[in-house]
Ligand binder design. Structure first.
Ligand SMILES: [Zn+2]
Ligand SMILES: [Zn+2]
Length: 347
């Protein structure tokens, strides 16, 4: 361990369901084999952390934060290819680095893989330092700054949604919700060349932002009774593909009810409550209902290349920047809808 490192750090710690995060002094973690110690430079506050802080399964005492980038400040044993001072974009996982799955970079199949956050044994990036997997991390190119790198994770979530949708060149996409994930899905649909990328979003600032990021039209669902009808009016035909990017109870049924016959619905919104929908309505329409989760190191690699080329954008997603001391208060404020898109913490 580098002797210049402090022995303790500030971390924002989850306590109990519905309670604010608290700032605590924690020991700076020590990197194990195939692990790096990272000084966190930017971490995004994720809506799924806010949902999880109100769920009964979240372990107390954990440090959340999975959308982040930083600098390598110490190397664990057996680390190859990394140097102290490297800028790094880690995935929020720790893989063993030695099993056949890891050697093939198929990290989700590593049976020893753990998550950093939601794991009392490790910790996420709502802290000054965190340990990350040397194999689950990429060097961050100079062209991509730390704040943009912190938005790679939501871009990867949107990319995975578009991949699982098995996008066709003539698809007409309707995206429900222009939160961080809806914003990235709109960018990907545009990037892959769809003629109609229509976003339904009640917040005017978010509608303006998603139009600047590639939406071909937007709908205010508070002004329009029939979102599907408004889509057809705009695109000339019904949506062939609907992305649900809100993640609240009732949204799946909302999409089933508005979907055209034989169309596809991709559920990206993370709803952590019990929900219901009418299967018969989906059956009669022969809908395809697809759920998504997961991205790979290769996805991160691709996104970094496209960011470096200026062909997709991360920084417009960043609406606010705060320091770690402001995190607990802002985290509470985000429970209610506001003007925030992505709040980046610079610890
Ligand atoms: Zn997230
Ligand atoms: Zn492994």
């Amino acid at each position: 361990m580098n002797e210049a490192l402090p022995s303790t750090m500030t971390a924002a710690v989850y306590q109990n369901r519905g309670e604010p995060l608290t700032l605590e002094q924690r020991p700076v973690p020590k990197p194990g084999p195939h692990q790096l110690l990272v000084r966190v430079r930017a971490v995004g506050i994720c809506g799924s952390d806010i949902h999880a802080s109100d769920a009964d399964w979240t372990p107390t005492g954990i440090i959340m934060g999975h959308e982040f980038a930083g600098e390598v400040v110490a190397l664990g044993p057996d680390v190859k290819g990394w140097t102290i001072g490297d800028r790094v974009l880690p995935m929020p996982t720790l893989s063993c680095g030695t099993c056949p799955a890891c050697l093939a970079e198929d990290f989700p199949r590593c049976t020893a893989q753990q998550t950093l956050d939601y794991n009392p044994a490790y910790g996420g990036a709502y802290a000054e330092y965190t340990v990350v997997g040397a194999h689950d991390s990429l060097p961050l190119p100079k062209a991509v700054d730390f704040d943009a790198a912190a938005a790679v994770e939501p871009l990867a979530v949107g990319y995975d949604a578009v991949r699982r949708a098995q996008l066709r060149p003539d698809d007409r996409a309707l995206i429900i919700g222009a939160g961080p994930i809806g914003l990235t899905i709109a960018q990907w649909c545009r990037h892959f060349g769809l003629a109609d990328v229509v976003v339904s979003e009640p917040n005017a600032a978010r509608r303006a932002l998603v139009e600047s990021l590639g939406a071909t039209a937007t709908i205010d669902p508070h002004e329009v009774d029939d979102v599907a009808g408004a889509f057809t009016e705009s695109a000339g035909a019904p949506a062939s593909l609907i992305f649900e990017a809100v993640g609240a109870p009732g949204m799946i049924q909302h999409c089933v009810a508005m979907a055209a016959d034989a169309s596809r619905i991709v559920v990206v919104g993370v709803c952590m409550a019990t929900d219901s929908f009418e299967p018969m309505m989906a059956i009669q329409k022969r809908l395809q209902l697809q759920f998504t989760l997961g991205y790979s190191l290769d996805d991160y690699r691709l996104i970094l290349r496209l960011l470096g080329q200026g062909r997709i954008q991360a920084l417009p997603l960043v609406s606010h920047r705060i320091d770690l001391s402001q995190l607990p208060e802002r985290f509470e404020a985000l429970r209610k809808p506001g003007d925030e898109i992505k709040v980046i913490v610079n610890p």
